[in-house]
Design a protein around this ligand. Structure first.
Ligand code: UDP
Length: 334
């Protein structure tokens, strides 16, 4: 298959390109490099540096691209930032997807590509039950989560109104790094648990765990960690599934392992992999953190044949650590 990867210079997009290539598919990257890294795109992958809101360039790209699938990995994804600057999220995440849907609608006679959209378990807010199933009530608590839910609604409406085929893949906690090296999790600022703990451990600094008074096994938050290459593989399966469908179709599917690990359990596994103790302190709760989030992944298994190869926590940590140790200064490292 041939893919247009919007946001292909970001953490998940750049891992997707590599896994797609290993499986024999080709990609074209479309990215404005506002938050992604040029060096994350392999030199043999065609790259268009453009903004998703630039509808002219986008339409030209799609019109003659002969793509089987278009992937949208181009969202802003910092919950705290979305609370203080919601305008960024409604412009980039919501308007960006609307522009993409419009381009796909206008070009329907020229491009039969399916759309695969990166969504998030943040659409649920504090979940009504665990594990979280696709149809559970959605009450996003941040502009980030709201932007993802609005995007899902737009995609569903466009699909059924205009005979398009689309899917939202709701990620739980994406983590880890490509097994062949060269890329990893690179956010600035870094807010995620695994890279923060690894970076603190390597710098012999103290890790802060945000809260230990949640109603969980040890009082710290529980999350469902899925290796980014397993996520990438599920995205390829989603394209194959959608391309085999005739007529309008839309669905939302959860991508998680179904297993929850507490923050303290994650730190323990990092200590084990590193072979050292990590200084830690308990800080205040982080605003908006639900106690537990983990996926009911039965739908992903049934519809996509979803499986995991790298998502046991030790492999996740080992791949992330390898990258943190090799990444050049300034590329991530923080
Ligand atoms: N967390 C923490 N210390 C950090 C970063 C994160 O205790 O330096 C906690 C965070 O409060 C949450 C969990 O780790 O309970 C996972 O957070 P992350 O930002 O990695 O993912 P999220 O589930 O928020 O998307």
């Amino acid at each position: 298959m041939r893919f247009l990867v919007i946001g292909g210079a970001g953490y998940i997009g750049s891992h997707f390109i590599r896994e797609a290539k290993r499986q024999g598919h080709s990609s074209v990257v479309y990215d404005n490099l506002e938050r992604g890294f040029r060096e994350s795109i392999p030199s043999d992958v065609p790259f268009i540096k453009a903004d998703l809101l630039d509808s002219k360039t986008l339409e030209e790209t799609i019109k003659d691209g002969h793509f089987d699938a278009i992937y949208h990995f181009a969202a802003f994804a910092l919950v705290g930032e979305s609370v203080s600057q919601p305008e960024l999220y409604y412009e980039n995440n919501v308007e960006g997807v609307r522009v993409l849907l419009e381009a796909m609608r206008k070009l329907k006679t020229k491009s039969n590509a399916v759309l695969i959209f990166s969504s998030s378990c943040a659409v649920f807010g504090t979940p009504s039950k665990l594990p979280i199933s696709e149809e559970d009530p959605k009450k996003p608590q941040s502009p980030y989560g709201k932007s993802k839910l609005i995007d899902e609604w737009m995609i569903e409406d466009y699909c059924y109104a205009h005979g398009m085929r689309g899917m939202a893949l709701r990620y739980f906690n994406a983590c880890g790094a490509d097994k062949d090296g060269g890329i990893g999790e690179a956010h600035d600022p870094e807010t995620h648990l695994i890279p923060n703990v690894i970076k603190a451990a390597l710098a012999k600094e103290t890790v802060t765990i945000f809260g230990d008074d949640f109603e969980t096994l040890d009082g710290t938050c529980v999350r469902d960690y899925i290796h980014v290459t397993d996520l990438a593989d599920a995205h390829i399966k989603a394209a194959a599934y959608l391309c085999a469908q005739k007529g309008a179709i839309y669905d939302a599917i959860h991508l998680g392992t179904g297993n929850g690990y507490s923050n303290l359990q994650v730190v323990k596994v990092i200590e084990k992999v590193l072979g050292m103790m990590i200084e830690q302190r308990i800080g205040a709760r982080r605003a908006g953190d639900p106690a537990g989030l983990y996926a009911d992944n039965r739908k992903a298994k049934k519809i996509l044949g979803f499986t995991t190869r790298y998502s046991d926590l030790e492999t996740i940590i080992a791949t992330a650590l390898a990258w943190h140790q090799e990444a050049p200064e300034g590329y991530n490292r923080g």
